[in-house]
Design a protein around this ligand. Structure first.
Ligand code: PMP
Length: 451
């Protein structure tokens, strides 16, 4: 059995961590997780930490959930993997029906992959190919419209529709071109307006972009309601419905990337429900398997699917598929996840927790360097600023956000920053007292680091 020190040495010597400046990483003593229980992570030294980000927005019911453990174990006794090329398997088939039953009506065809990025990649290729070949398509529609401040994953297609310079600018010469809509980031409005008095210039702007580019666009890609990775930027009410209406008007397919927001995190099972819209394609990952196994799904409407049955023999096939597509273990975990939502009334029980979190966050707004707190459901972004009046940011080199998260660990809480936005996204299973701990630790860490 390796000691913590052995593991740290191996980690420093042989592991390359995601989204991590490795020169800095190797200077620190890594916290190495060995186990988890409920909403807690336990490291190799036996220290317990509240998982304030549900292991990157994924473990929606926490860790080691007996019902999901059992479902995976039961599936292990049958088969761990079989291909979906030329075969169907029991869990992948059953899961498709379960997803279709709970998704916005009209999304009927489930294409599996294994990460949020691939779910988006698949959606882009489906939309593009539909336009190229379907009777209802239009081969001149070769562009994608997406949003500034968007994040859709790290594969090249999903990076091309991303809109965060920090993550995406390095790769710009590798990417296909598209059009970007300015992000309706009300705290730092790109039109120079204030939330209370604006005239919804962002609504007009997206209308203008669609008027100009709508006839050459294959699809519009959006994170519904919340731009997560950019710092939980919450779109104004009605924005998503407006985009849906514009896409319909201009015959542009709407791709909703619910990888981050799906499976309860905004307070409803899917974010699209809150504006009563059905996209043409929806992308799901993260919470789909409750953080148990890598799984994603891209679900398309019947009309899109039908475009692939068309008369051009050479175009009939969607040329895409990963080895682990529809993996039975992952699909069994996903079915158990959906059962857990139903059997435990997770969404009903979540509502008072959201109210409690909101109350606790309101108090945090008083802290000197808390510029804005954004919350939708359980998704929270706390934007730290050097000066509230001018909204001036801290110098990037001060790494305030990162330091706050490191400080919070001293109080037994794992949280993560995106720049100087502190993200809280606890499991839906968090208790009221754990919300108190999460908020107390976050507030204390912010005060200690910033004052
Ligand atoms: N889309 C969105 C909206 C996301 O937030 C993420 C991941 N945070 C992805 C796509 C990519 O998912 P993955 O990391 O599983 O590839």
């Amino acid at each position: 059995m390796s000691t913590t020190q052995d593991l740290q040495t191996i980690d420093r010597t042989n592991v390359w961590h995601p989204f991590t400046q490795m020169a800095e990483w190797v200077q620190q003593d890594q916290l190495i997780i060995e186990s988890g229980k409920d909403n807690w992570l336990i490291d190799t030294e036996g220290n317990r930490y509240l998982d304030g980000i549900s292991s990157l927005w994924t473990n929606v019911h926490g860790h080691c959930v007996p019902e999901i453990d059992n479902a995976v174990q039961e599936q292990l006794g049958k088969i761990a993997h079989t291909t979906m090329l030329g075969l169907a398997n029991v869990p992948a088939t059953e899961l498709a029906k379960r997803l279709v039953d709970i998704l916005p009506q009209g999304l009927t065809r489930v294409f599996y992959s294994d990460s949020g990025s691939t779910a988006v990649e698949v959606a882009l290729k489906i939309a593009f190919q539909f336009q190229q070949q379907a009777e209802k398509g239009d081969p001149n529609r070769i562009k994608f419209i997406s949003m500034q401040n968007s994040y859709h994953g790290d594969t090249i297609g999903s990076v091309a529709v991303g809109g965060m310079d920090l993550f995406h600018a390095t790769y710009k010469h590798m990417l296909f071109q598209g059009e970007k809509v300015l992000s309706p980031y009300c705290y730092r409005c790109p039109f120079g307006k204030e939330k209370a008095t604006c005239d919804h210039e962002c609504f007009q702007h997206v209308e203008d972009v669609l008027s100009e580019h709508g006839s050459t666009a294959a699809a519009f890609v959006i994170e519904p309601l919340v731009q997560g990775a950019a710092g939980q930027i919450m779109h104004p009410e009605g924005y998503l419905a407006h985009v849906r209406e514009l896409c319909t008007r201009h015959n542009v397919l709407l791709i909703a990337d619910e990888v981050a927001v799906g499976f309860g995190k905004t307070g409803t099972m899917f974010a699209c429900e809150q504006e009563n819209i059905t996209p043409d394609i929806i992308c799901l990952a993260k919470g789909i398997s409750a953080g148990y196994l890598p799984l994603a799904a891209t679900v398309a409407s019947e009309e899109i699917y039908n475009g692939f049955l068309g008369k051009h023999e050479e175009f009939k096939t969607f040329f895409h598929g990963h080895t682990y597509t529809g993996n039975p273990l992952a699909c069994a975990a996903a079915i158990a996840n959906l059962d857990y939502f139903e059997n435990n009334n997770v969404m009903e029980k979540l509502q008072p927790k959201i109210a409690h979190l909101q109350n606790r966050l309101n108090a945090m707004q008083e802290l000197e360097h808390v510029g804005e707190i954004r919350i939708r459901g359980i998704m929270t972004g706390i934007e730290l600023v050097k000066d509230k009046g001018s909204k001036a940011s801290f110098e990037a080199a001060a790494k305030i956000g990162h330091r706050v998260c490191m400080e919070a660990r001293k109080y037994g809480v794992i949280i993560r920053n995106l720049g100087d936005v502190i993200i809280l996204m606890p499991p839906l299973s968090i208790s009221l007292s754990e919300i108190d701990l999460l908020c107390d630790a976050t507030a204390k860490a912010i005060s200690t680091v910033t004052e």
